[in-house]
Design a protein around this ligand. Structure first.
Ligand SMILES: Nc1ncnc2c1ncn2[C@@H]1O[C@H](COP(=O)(O)OP(=O)(O)OP(=O)(O)O)[C@@H](O)[C@H]1O
Ligand SMILES: [Mg+2]
Length: 65
């Protein structure tokens, strides 16, 4: 299995966009692709249209948003 990390300290540098499109491209090419988002804002799930319920851990780490 190959692992690819999309990581940068700069905000808004298209990390999530790159990760989602890279994963989509690999999936379209026939690869099985688990996409793991470590950002508690869950933008990757949002981009993929995943409707998830927040759990108590999310509330602990994300404050009052
Ligand atoms: N190639 C592109 N052309 C134009 N806009 C882009 C491009 N790539 C990303 N964007 C836009 O730039 C913004 C930031 O992208 P994205 O959310 O992927 O960045 P990020 O690095 O994950 O940000 P954050 O640090 O907040 O997690 C988004 O509004 C996205 O739609
Ligand atoms: Mg992001």
């Amino acid at each position: 299995m190959r692992r690819i990390a999309v990581s940068l300290t700069k905000d808004g540098a298209a990390k999530t966009t790159s990760a989602v499109n890279l994963a989509a491209g690999l999936a379209l090419a026939g690869q099985r692709v688990p996409l793991i988002d470590t950002d508690t804002r869950g933008q990757t799930g949002f981009m993929l249209g995943v409707n998830f319920k927040r759990n108590s851990c999310d509330k602990e780490t994300s404050g009052s948003r």
